[in-house]
Design a binder for this molecule. Structure first.
Ligand code: G3D
Length: 201
C-alpha cells in the first residue's frame, strides 16, 4: 500500500528537472530576463525592480515549474573573463538561452563570435538553443531578420538541434512566455530521445 501511495505521490508531484544556461554578452539583458521569467512563472515570487538590475558579475540562479517540468536557470556573466567559465557548465545543461542586445549593433559580431564558440563545443550537441533578440522596445533596434542574417553562417554548426530566434523585451516581458514554453517543449521531448554521446560512458 505504501509503495502504491508513494508511486502515486511521485507520479502526481514529482518534476522532471532540467538545467538551462542563460548566456550572452554583458549588458544583453540576461538577468532582467531571468527576473522577468521568475516573476511570470512563480506564483509568490516578488521580483526585483527590473530597472535597478545591473550587469551580471558571477552567477544568478533561479527555478521555475512549468507543468511537470522544473527548469533551473544559471545566468552566467558575459564579460570576456567570465565567458571562459561557460564551458564548465555545458555538460550539465539541457538547454541554452542566448541573449542578444538588439540595440548594440557595434557588438553584434562580438556576440556572434561568442555564440559560435559556444555552439562549437561538443558538450552542447543536441541541446536546444533559444536565441533572444532582446530590447525590441527600443526604436530602430535590430530586427529578428537582421540578426538572423548576421548569424546565418552559424547554421551548419547549429545543425539539427532545435533552435528558435525569439523577439523579446525582457523589461516588459514581451516574448518571455513564448520563449520559455518553447524551451520546456524541447527539453521535455528530449527526455524521450536517445542519450547524447557525452552521456554514454
Ligand atoms: P546582463 O545580465 O546581460 O548583463 P542586465 O544584463 O539584465 O543587467 O541588463 C543590462 C541593461 O539592459 C540594464 O539597464 C537593463 O535594464 C537593460 N535591459 C534589459 N532588458 C531590456 C529590454 O528588454 N529593453 C530595454 N530597453 N532595456 C533592457 P541599465 O541601464 O541598468 O544598465
Amino acid at each position: 500500500m505504501y509503495t502504491l501511495l508513494s508511486g502515486l505521490y511521485k507520479y502526481v508531484f514529482q518534476k522532471d528537472e532540467f538545467c538551462v544556461l542563460i548566456l550572452g554578452l554583458d549588458n544583453a539583458g540576461k538577468t532582467t530576463f531571468l527576473e522577468q521569467t521568475k516573476t511570470k512563472f512563480s506564483k509568490n515570487y516578488k521580483g526585483m525592480n527590473l530597472s535597478k538590475i545591473t550587469t551580471t558579475v558571477g552567477l544568478n540562479i533561479g527555478t521555475i515549474d512549468v507543468g511537470k517540468a522544473r527548469l533551473m536557470f544559471w545566468d552566467l556573466g558575459g564579460q570576456d573573463e567570465l565567458q571562459s567559465l561557460w564551458d564548465k557548465y555545458y555538460a550539465e545543461s539541457h538547454g541554452v538561452i542566448y541573449v542578444i542586445d538588439s540595440t548594440d549593433e557595434e557588438r553584434l559580431s562580438e556576440s556572434k563570435e561568442a555564440f559560435e564558440k559556444m555552439i562549437s563545443n561538443e558538450a552542447l550537441e543536441g541541446v536546444p538553443l533559444l536565441v533572444l533578440a532582446n530590447k525590441q522596445d527600443v526604436p530602430d533596434c535590430l530586427s529578428v531578420p537582421d540578426i538572423k542574417t548576421t548569424f546565418s553562417d552559424c547554421a551548419p554548426k547549429i545543425g539539427k538541434r532545435d533552435c528558435l530566434v525569439q523577439p523579446c523585451t525582457a523589461l516588459t516581458g514581451d516574448g518571455v512566455n513564448e520563449g520559455i514554453e518553447w524551451m520546456v517543449k524541447c527539453v521535455v521531448r528530449n527526455i524521450h530521445r536517445p542519450p547524447r554521446q557525452k552521456d554514454i560512458t
